[in-house]
Design a binder for this molecule. Sequence first.
Ligand code: SAH
Length: 237
Amino acid sequence: KADSPPSSFTLDAIGRIESDYPDKFGIPRQPGLVRASRARLVLLPPYDDPLTVRALEDFSHLWLTFVFHRSPTRWTPLVRPPRLGGNAKVGVFASRSTHRPNRLGLSLVELTGIDTSKGVRLGLRGHDLLDGTPVLDIKPYLPWAESLPEARTGFAPEAPPQRPVVFTSEVEAMLAARSDGDSLRELITQVLAQDPRPAYRNGVEDRRYGLRLRDVDVRFRAEADASGEIILRVVEV
Ligand code: SAH
């Protein structure tokens, strides 16, 4: 047809994320798994007009559409979801992979507050967003229209197993000395409980992993407790 609709579009980031996650390693695979993770969505001009968020405070959760700006622009028809151990391949549109055409992400996050004193900044909790993530759209979550617990989910297992997390006494002392020690301890515990290591490394290993959270570099090891269960020990922060 002569007037076929356009098939490529230019989109404008309406805001940017400031979060506790400076690196991809360690970010939970979906929102809601680490309730302690906090972020701020700072709206960008000209969208930072308080009128754009009038009555948004009446909603507890938001859908954020964003760009996986730290993923490659190259995409492939098949991807290897980490939850499947990194070997099984499924179609990119049957996954929530970050390597996808247009690199669009979609996350359901908790809205904790709106600050319009200087521009517009939204407080978020339980997110899975890298610091600096450009956001394209914000929509209020409508459970009556969107919550479908009976939906079939194919290969995607429900939330992965939680690992017990322990801290050495030196780390406990370091956390106790910080004013945000309690919230940092909670964040580290909930992030490590997801066992951020690559799925094929889920046993005991004689190596230390490092991951950056907030302004610290967390070093941890995977050990087995008396019953042989894997626990993650934070040895340095
Ligand atoms: N809930 C979203 C994201 C799922 S994948 C969706 O379904 O679309 C979650 C992973 O995206 C996180 O573990 C993190 O490593 C990665 N991620 C988050 N923000 C990103 C960004 N800006 N660029 C690239 N990867 C990102």
